[in-house]
Structure formats: structure tokens, C-alpha cells
Design a protein around this ligand. Structure first.
Ligand code: CP
Length: 301
């Protein structure tokens, strides 16, 4: 296993499946997580230079469940606000004894940081529109948990594909498996990178995309990543791309509905979010288990 988790491509299929199996061990029947004092001498820092609820909090909970100390770094009260670079910031944390840094950053800095500071372990907590490897592990774990396998499944991803680091990491991860079909669906202005995908196919019509689907992953519009103001009629957008109970009738009766969060109820209706087919809350809970597995592995290597 590589020293850092910068991309899901750093992991082989076996390593992905081993991490998912390992993560399952941290889940208890009552929905809580095992607490084991495995790393009392380790300190992790959560350096989040973009907002986060799920990733940041679940890494913190996972680390504390494993007995680590956690530096809950607050960028708005840090010396980054005084002009310090991310390199100097993480170097300072390393000199204070931080062993592992979970980094979320709007730009691609994590590889350069990992080269610049080889004494510290880096875990990618979200890299601009590029990658989000632990979310891909959560998504694969949730599919395997619900469906028993990834093989032979028809998988649909619908929403703002172009800005989705969740989609790019998921595609990298799922390329290890023998799924039946992978369909990308979204407004053409948000699907330019997926019009002719290397893996899977693009289908602009949501009803057609959903036909016989086993897994439907929905994505919010990431307004914060558009360089120009988005000129979009939201009612027309919802009419075409919102996952509603009516549209879901095209999918298989036991299809599961996923969403990495946060949910805006533009891309998915409240009734689908709350339906029995929705595993969105399972994904959030699996976030703690996966991050306990990731921290355990990468703190041990
Ligand atoms: N899925 C995800 O990364 O959520 P947060 O932005 O809340 O961490």
C-alpha cells in the first residue's frame, strides 16, 4: 500500500476490498462504532480549506474512536488568513508532532505537499473538482453492502458531473469492477467532460438513463465551482433532471438511491430522499467506518 492516499488509483482492487471489509468490522449492530485505543501516540490534523460537514466530522470521530489526538484546524482563524502558504502551514503542524494530515483544498496541492513533506502522511479529503478518494470508498462499500456485489449492476450518475470530484473518484474506483453498465446523465452544460466518456456512456434524457438501473447516484449543482454565473431556469432543470418518484419508476424496483451530500432538493425530491430505496444516510454512517479503516491502515504503514 502506498504511504499516502492521494487518489483512489493509489489502491489496487484487493486493497479497496480489504479496506471495505476492514471498515465493516468497526460497525456495530446498534449503529454505533467500535472504539479502540489503537493509536494513542498518533496525532492527526484536519486541514480543511473548503467547507465540509461529513468528511471533516467523520475523520475527527474516526480518529478519536481509534484513540488518536485530533487538531481541529480552523482555516478562518489560522495564519493562512495572514498570508501563510499551505506548505508552511502543514510544515508547522508537522514540526508540532502531527503524524497525518487530512487535506481538503480547492486546488491540486496535495501531491506537491506530499513530496515537500515526506515525514507526514497525507489523506485526500477532497481536491477541487478532481478527486475525493474516501468518498469513493464509502460509495463502493454502500453498494456492496446493499447489493452484495458490484458485478452486473446498472449504475446511473445524474447531476452536475463536470464539477464532481465524487464522480471522478467513483469512476476510477469502479473501473476495477465488472459492472454491467455505467450511464452519465446531466444538463449538457454540466456534462462536457462526460459527453464521450472513456468508461460508460452519456445519456442526456433522465428517463432513458434510468431504465433498468440498480444504483442511482444523484449530485447537487456545485454553484461554488462555476466560473461564471450559472444561467439556468431551475424549474426547467428540475423538470428534466430532478430524481422524483415518477422518474424512479424507470429503474428497477429494488434500485438504491445514493447522494454524497449535501442535498439541495433540486437534484432529488424530498420523497425520494426519504424513501426506503434511499441509502443516503447509510453513506454518511459508512463515512465513519471507512475513515476508521483508512486511518488505521495509513497510520500503520
Ligand atoms: N460528501 C462530502 O464530501 O460532504 P462534505 O462536503 O459535507 O464533507
Amino acid at each position: 500500500m502506498s504511504k499516502n492516499l492521494l487518489s483512489i488509483s493509489d489502491l489496487s482492487k484487493k486493497e479497496i476490498l480489504d479496506l471495505i471489509e476492514f471498515a465493516k468490522n468497526f460497525k456495530q449492530d446498534d449503529g454505533s462504532f467500535r472504539k479502540e485505543d489503537l493509536f494513542p501516540d498518533k496525532t492527526i490534523a484536519n486541514v480543511f480549506c473548503e467547507p465540509s460537514t461529513r468528511t471533516k466530522s467523520s475523520f475527527e470521530i474516526a480518529a478519536k474512536n481509534l484513540g488518536c489526538s485530533v487538531v481541529g484546524f480552523d482555516i478562518s482563524n489560522s495564519s493562512i488568513e495572514k498570508g501563510e502558504s499551505i506548505f508552511e502551514t502543514v510544515d508547522a503542524l508537522s514540526l508540532m508532532g502531527v503524524d497525518l494530515c487530512v487535506l481538503r483544498h480547492p486546488e491540486s496541492v496535495i501531491r506537491d505537499l506530499a513530496e515537500y513533506l515526506p515525514e507526514i502522511v497525507f489523506i485526500n479529503g477532497g481536491e477541487g473538482s478532481i478527486s475525493h478518494p474516501t468518498q469513493a470508498l464509502i460509495d463502493l462499500m454502500t453498494i456492496i453492502e446493499q447489493k452484495g456485489t458490484i458485478d452486473d449492476l446498472n449504475i446511473v450518475i445524474v447531476g452536475d458531473l463536470d464539477h464532481s470530484r465524487v464522480t471522478s473518484s467513483f469512476v476510477e474506483g469502479i473501473s476495477n469492477f465488472s459492472f454491467n453498465s455505467l450511464t452519465f446523465c446531466g444538463h449538457p452544460s454540466m456534462a462536457t467532460k462526460y459527453a464521450n466518456p472513456v468508461l460508460g456512456r452519456y445519456e442526456p434524457d433522465l428517463d432513458a438513463a434510468l431504465h433498468d438501473a440498480d444504483v442511482v447516484m444523484t449530485l447537487r449543482i456545485q454553484y461554488e465551482r462555476f466560473e461564471e454565473t450559472l444561467d439556468l431556469d431551475l424549474d426547467e432543470y428540475k423538470q428534466a433532471y430532478q430524481l422524483t418518484s415518477e422518474k424512479l419508476e424507470q429503474a428497477k424496483g429494488d434500485a438504491i438511491i445514493m447522494h454524497p451530500g449535501p442535498v439541495n432538493y433540486v437534484e432529488i425530491s424530498e420523497s425520494v430522499y426519504q424513501s426506503e430505496q434511499s441509502v443516503i444516510r447509510n453513506q454518511i454512517a459508512n463515512g465513519v467506518a471507512i475513515r476508521m479503516a483508512v486511518l488505521s491502515r495509513f497510520l500503520s504503514s
